[in-house]
Design a protein. Structure first.
Length: 137
């Protein structure tokens, strides 16, 4: 039974409701299999803070976060991160620091990383990826 770890960009689409395809894919997965990294949680909270916590958006983010399991970024994930970052640097792969943290987190829990960000496809560690912003093949 696979977990689906939602990257921040997918979580944002769900919260905004701007891509019906993403919502359709979400409702097709049992909610107990949908997770986010605490890194994504932090990014969503940052987005609210930099906008001075607008009421509607804050309520939507809160509603989203109470429905998904938030996985802690712990010392086991940190070990995966160190190894993954070294392999990425050796392979010449550049990811933002937070994206690299999310990739390591997904890998450490054997989750499918759900993202619309093509940068993850170049990670040398064979992440299992799904892009819910595109029609299924």
């Amino acid at each position: 039974m696979s977990l689906y770890m939602l990257d921040t960009n997918i979580a944002s689409h769900i919260i905004k409701g701007d891509l019906p395809l993403v919502r359709e894919r979400l409702v097709a997965v049992p909610m107990h299999r949908v997770v986010v990294s605490s890194v994504t949680h932090a990014e969503l909270r940052y987005g609210l803070a930099k906008r001075a916590y607008p009421t509607g958006l804050t309520a939507r983010v809160h509603a989203f976060l109470i429905r998904v399991k938030i996985l802690a970024w712990d010392k086991e994930v940190a070990t995966f991160y160190g190894d993954l970052r070294a392999r990425c640097e050796t392979a010449g792969v550049t990811l933002s620091p937070l994206d690299l943290m999310i990739a390591a987190h997904a890998h450490s829990v054997n989750a499918i990383l759900v993202t619309g960000d093509k940068a993850f496809t170049s990670v040398p560690d064979r992440l299992t990826l799904e892009n819910w912003t595109l029609p299924q093949e």
